[in-house]
Design a protein. Structure first.
Length: 329
């Protein structure tokens, strides 16, 4: 992508609000700033930062399992289809509430003495990669799973790839996970052993995500279906709820909770809906020149993000930014 017709001053001001002096934590982004200023081509791509969705909880952060509480990115949080602000709320507010409620539960119910034999099957399952003599190594399988997930379960999805990915994961679960073996048999910080244990959970979570993506026949937030490129507020103001029932993933739905702002009805092209969402967030402050400039900066950031997230052709993004610039004058 290139900066295109966006004035350098506009982009620089927008970037300064997030990356002071083109610095982010320990990263020096000054070279990126130079490339934007000189209007040089910049390679972009999708990355993973945050997990949307998660364990279903109530207002006390209780799950469907008595005594089990969840908060943070592992839980079905406040952001819905896309994280729109910092996760500090989940860490400092939700974490504190979940911890307090869990403490109250423990105080009222106490603890029970558990028979260690109940955990032995789990221990044996975890230890199998250590005792198994196998040439199938966790790193090999993990890499293949990651590559397939990047290809089929990135921000851009479609039915055929999702179906194929689910079949691939079923094959991994049946033919590869039961045969993993580690080179080192040590129990002291054995990364290969950790990978073997994590792989089973990784495959399960990826399949859950893929099944959910396959059932949602629309595009919303960070979920974009090439074969269903519309945001459908008539049929899809709902959440997918997935439960493990006798070894099978069962999908059900529940309506989203709407408190004050009713989403617009109808089916809208995905990019148009994204623009409407950002405009509604940036219109606060009236119609002064300063407010209009702020809205333009916000839209530029949105379009740059969309280019990265959706691999949208740079020519399309350039046209959109040029149109925004003209409309703002």
């Amino acid at each position: 992508m290139r900066r295109g017709q966006v004035p350098w001053e506009t982009l620089e001001k927008a970037a300064a609000a997030r990356f002071s002096n083109w610095k982010y934590k320990a990263l020096d982004l000054s070279e990126l700033g130079r490339m934007f200023k000189e209007n040089e081509p910049i390679e972009v791509g999708a990355v993973v930062e945050y997990f949307d969705g998660g364990i279903v909880i109530d207002e006390r952060f209780e799950t469907g399992v008595a005594g089990l509480y969840a908060a943070g990115e592992c839980a079905l949080g406040p952001f819905g289809a896309n994280r729109v602000c910092s996760a500090i709320t989940e860490m400092l507010v939700h974490g504190a509430d979940a911890g307090r409620n869990a403490g109250e539960y423990a105080g009222k119910n106490g603890t029970r003495k558990l028979d260690g034999r109940a955990f032995r099957p789990l221990e044996e399952e975890a230890e199998r990669p250590l005792v198994r003599q196998s040439r199938l190594k966790p790193a090999q399988v993990r890499r293949r799973v990651q590559e397939m997930a990047h290809k089929s379960l990135g921000p851009i999805r479609e039915k055929e790839e999702l179906t194929g990915f689910i079949a691939f994961l079923d094959g991994v679960s049946k033919d590869e996970l039961p045969h993993l073996g580690t080179t080192s048999k040590s129990r002291i910080y054995n990364k290969e052993w950790l990978d073997a244990i994590e792989l089973r959970n990784m495959v399960h979570l990826l399949k859950t995500s893929a099944v959910s993506a396959l059932h949602r026949t629309e595009s919303r937030g960070v979920h974009y279906r090439e074969d269903c490129p519309y945001t459908d507020n008539d049929n899809w103001l709902q959440e997918n709820i997935i439960k493990l029932n006798n070894g099978a993933l069962v999908v059900s739905r529940r309506p989203v909770t709407i408190t004050s702002l009713m989403p617009p009805k109808g089916k809208v092209p995905f990019l148009d809906m994204m623009k409407k969402m950002m405009q509604s967030r940036s219109d606060i402050g009236g119609h002064t020149k300063k407010a209009k400039a702020r809205r333009l900066e916000t839209k530029v950031i949105v379009l740059l993000a969309l280019c990265s997230m959706l691999s949208t052709p740079c020519s399309t993004i350039a046209r959109e930014i040029a149109c925004l610039g003209k409309k703002s004058m």
